[in-house]
Design a protein around this ligand. Structure first.
Ligand SMILES: N[C@@H](CCC(=O)N[C@@H](CS)C(=O)NCC(=O)O)C(=O)O
Length: 207
């Protein structure tokens, strides 16, 4: 059994999208209400010492032993291996998927999160900081736009690289006026929006 400790946030929804896409791995959600600071509780920190969701516990991990996995993209990678789905069909494809998974963890996720925080959460919204992070986000969008000129999906075929990107990119598509300048990325968002598993995971109530 897979026990997913998560919440209704960008990173929190990623493993849920995957699990709904494959439909073959039974899982339970354990809501970790960030508003209630449940991620700071000792029992959650025992799963992730950084106190961030999501975390996954697999009662039948490698070697049949229980395993705890942290970091949303590592969770996606683990689950793709376990299901034998959406991680790339051969070595070359897996390498491509891994690059875009890393790209998300290193660039798309932090950049879009910083911009969102400055734009929507921080009350003072310092203009020079918002502009700096908007510039960085634009670089990410330009790179993704270029990638989508080479292949229909970030990993070549639809994969965990797309799932990893979707929640942060969707929030930008909905809130960032510059996003309309990236037609291939807009089309990718529309194709992701249309997937039933994505719709289910993105609206799933937790807690
Ligand atoms: N790199 C981590 C980031 C996880 C992350 O930032 N989680 C957020 C929610 S999306 C969180 O737990 N925030 C609570 C906090 O930072 O205190 C991952 O991809 O799993």
């Amino acid at each position: 059994m897979l026990d997913l400790y998560t919440w209704t946030t960008t990173n929190g929804r990623k493993p849920v999208i995957f699990l709904e896409e494959v439909g073959s791995l039974p899982y339970r959600i354990h809501p970790v209400d960030l508003g209630q600071k449940q991620h700071m509780a000792a029992d959650f920190k025992a799963l992730n010492p950084l106190a961030k969701i999501p975390a996954l516990v697999d009662s039948e991990g490698p070697g049949g032993k229980p395993a705890t996995i942290i970091e949303s993209n590592a969770i996606l990678w683990y689950l793709a291996g376990k299901a034998g789905r959406l991680g790339g069909a051969d070595e070359a494809a897996r390498l491509t998927v891994m690059q875009w998974l890393m790209f998300q963890a290193a660039n798309t996720g932090p950049t879009c999160s910083n911009l969102h925080f400055l734009r929507a959460v921080l009350p003072e919204r310092p203009p020079s900081e918002v502009a700096r992070h908007a510039r960085e986000a634009r670089r990410v969008f330009e790179a993704l736009e270029a990638r989508l000129g080479q292949a229909p999906w970030l990993g070549g075929d639809y994969s965990i690289a797309d799932i990893a990107h979707y929640p942060h990119i969707k929030r930008e598509a909905d809130n960032n006026p510059e996003f309309k300048e990236f037609p291939k990325l807009l089309d990718w968002v529309a194709r992701m929006d249309a997937r039933p598993a994505v719709q289910k995971a993105m609206t799933m109530k937790m807690g």
